[in-house]
Design a protein around this ligand. Structure first.
Ligand code: F6R
Length: 612
């Protein structure tokens, strides 16, 4: 999704802006641009496609400047063209923008009536013209921006410069993330702190409604025109560990990082085979009273939530609902007192999940209902973490590949820890059961390592998918969400159409698709449903379908004609969804590489979906 980088310094910041944009590439974009203020002029370059194209253009034009803003655009209003790329300029003013200005058409009509010509189809251009217009009556850039912001409806973050203010950078956060990077004699802004790690590890996280004025030496933050204090936070050095290392893609690296990520994640909660006494201590009172759980999430995080539902109900006996945030937020769900609302999100910034959280809190407050909110998240500084009563972090480290892998499996680990904690507080899970599950959790990293040993075999099988157009994934119980997840992974990075189904649904429709050109991936742990799953496999084979089975090594499922079996280490039912995620990730990865797609940045997708 769109990315912002900006800065004000004594040195030229051209290369800092380009490097920052490169670090935002993982978020997904289709064009890039930058504007520098130099000797009373705005120097701008914009290019469609990769940041490398912009870099080349900037090298050729040799533009420099010590004040500037830059942007990667993910098209929402208007196609990915050079004219639509940011920054947008209105005379002396240049603007970059993330998010959406919902009332842009109305504003555009008014501005056109005032004589402004629009050179793009974007919603952003109205902001540049509005600031330009405001500067006619308000000879102060900050004041002009403060005058414009109340006119804008929607969720957005802005970076604004003006040639008349060559030492000032204005930043606005209203519904879309923005951080200030605090340097020495220079200051920066970005929509993602990762972009600024080469220049600083000290950050100010702007809050909704903040407008900031940065100069080389000062940072001032205002809310409704009044100065406010925002703390500077120093970032943990481990977060900067965001390079591909020896791996060909971030996705592969992140798949291989899962043993360590799970180890880190469970270590925060476990002391030997018991839950640490300080784990979620502050939440105990809330947990005692909750009567049900509502999970809200999108995409892969939603699949984690689906597994959470199985676990919550089987282990803690608490009713649990799980819903896609974009549906939940618009269907006026009934808010029930004593519900624990759990948002699951890698980024903590996903627009629909965040909006669903905010609506739920607002409606509960209006009705005087007592609810608790919690975020399961990979980014400690994210909006969701800040806006919920409690949070649990997946300590997966930065996830750069657009396709979520280690964030997903650590979400599952965290969900299990949460369920054990709630079960303990409510005395719904026996200490013996907690000990049994935590013992298994400690084995997870090793079992993942063993499962990764199948990589070469999975690579060999993936060659059989390269020419396929469609694929089915089947599972039962907690492997049903893994089937959905496997299908999502395959389609998003290899562009092969894939569907995940509960294997029991086969006869109710999808069996009609099965023929000798249809690969069917089966997830077959050794559980109570194994015999039923074997019958489903027979149904597929009888129709000529080719089976690719990730099966428990003791399942008795063997290689035969048109049935390829990859043995997965034997694990308990509780751990199976984490372990079976690994082969489906590897399969999708290898198929995508063989098909030559952009694995880490698949077309049309963004890492952090901060607009609806
Ligand atoms: C798919 C994927 C997406 C995200 C979804 C939610 O591999 O990564 O489906 O899971 O966009 O994002 P978060 O978890 O950041 O809320």
């Amino acid at each position: 999704m769109c990315g912002i980088v900006g800065g004000v310094a004594e040195r030229s910041i051209t290369n800092i802006l380009i490097e920052g944009l490169k670090r935002l590439e993982y978020r997904g974009y289709d064009s890039a641009g930058l504007a520098l203020v130099d000797h009373g002029q705005i120097l701008r370059e914009r290019r469609v496609g990769k940041v490398a194209n912009l870099e080349q253009a900037v090298e050729e034009s040799a533009i420099v400047g010590s004040l500037g803003i830059a942007h990667t655009r993910w098209a929402t209003h208007g196609k990915p063209t050079e004219n639509n790329a940011h920054p947008h300029i209105s005379g002396r003013v240049a603007v970059v923008h993330n998010g959406i200005i919902e009332n842009y058409q109305e504003l555009k009509d008014d501005l056109e009536a005032l004589g402004y010509n629009f050179t793009s189809q974007t919603d952003t251009e109205v902001v540049a013209h509005l600031v330009h217009e405001a500067l006619k009556s308000t000879p102060d850039l900050l004041k002009a921006v403060e005058q414009v912001v109340p006119q804008l409806k929607g969720a957005y973050a802005l970076g604004i410069v003006d040639t008349e203010y060559p030492d000032e950078l204005i930043a606005v956060r209203e519904g879309s993330p923005l951080v200030i990077g605090v340097g020495i004699g220079e200051n920066f802004i970005s929509s993602d702190q990762l972009a600024l790690l080469p220049v600083t590890n000290r950050f100010i996280y702007l809050e909704e409604g903040d407008i900031a004025r940065l100069t080389r030496e000062t940072i001032e933050v205002f809310v409704n025109g009044q100065p406010v204090e925002r703390p500077i936070k120093e970032l943990d050095a481990t977060i900067s560990n965001a390079t591909k290392g020896e791996f060909k893609h971030y996705m592969l690296k992140e798949i291989y990082e899962q043993p360590e990520a799970i180890q880190q994640t469970i270590s925060q909660a476990l002391n030997g085979n018991a839950l640490r006494t300080d784990f979620l201590e502050n939440a105990e009172v809330d947990f005692k009273n909750i009567k049900q759980v509502q999970i809200i999430a999108c995409g892969t995080s939603y699949h984690a939530g689906m597994i959470g539902k199985y676990w919550f109900e089987q282990l803690s006996g608490l009713p649990c609902q799980v819903e896609i945030a974009s549906e939940y937020r618009y269907r006026s769900p009934v808010i029930v007192a004593d519900t624990l609302y759990v948002c699951i999100s890698q980024s903590g910034e996903t627009a629909d999940t965040l909006a669903a959280l905010r609506d739920t809190k607002k409606r509960a407050a209006e009705k005087g209902l007592n609810i608790s909110t919690m975020t399961i998240c990979n980014v400690a500084t994210s909006s969701m973490v800040r806006e919920t009563n409690h949070h649990l972090l997946t300590l997966a480290g930065p996830e750069i590949g657009v396709a979520s892998t280690k964030a997903f499996t650590t979400q599952l680990a965290v969900l299990m820890l949460l369920i054990l904690k709630i079960g303990q507080v409510k005395q719904a899970i026996s200490p013996e059961k907690i000990e049994e599950i935590t013992t298994e959790m400690w084995h997870t990293p090793k079992v993942i390592l063993d499962t990764l040993q199948n990589d070469k075999e999975i690579l060999r099988l993936s060659e059989l998918f390269v020419e396929k157009q469609h694929c089915l994934f089947l599972g039962r119980g907690t492997e049903f969400p893994i089937a959905l997840e496997g299908a999502l992974k395959l389609k998003e990075i290899s562009y092969i159409h894939a569907e995940g189904y509960a294997a029991g649904e086969l006869k109710h429709g999808p069996l009609a698709l099965v023929d000798n050109d249809m690969p069917v991936v089966i997830l077959a742990p050794k559980d109570d449903m194994l015999d039923k799953l074997k019958s489903n496999m027979e149904e597929v084979q009888a129709r000529g379908g080719e089976l690719f089975v990730f099966a428990d090594e003791n399942s008795g499922i063997k290689n035969k004609d048109r049935q390829h079996v990859v043995n997965v280490p034997s694990v308990s039912t509780w751990l199976a969804p984490i372990i079976y995620s690994v082969p489906v990730q590897l399969l999708s990865y290898h198929v995508a590489v063989l098909r030559g797609t952009d694995v880490d940045q698949p077309r049309n997708l963004a890492k952090s979906v901060t607009v609806e």
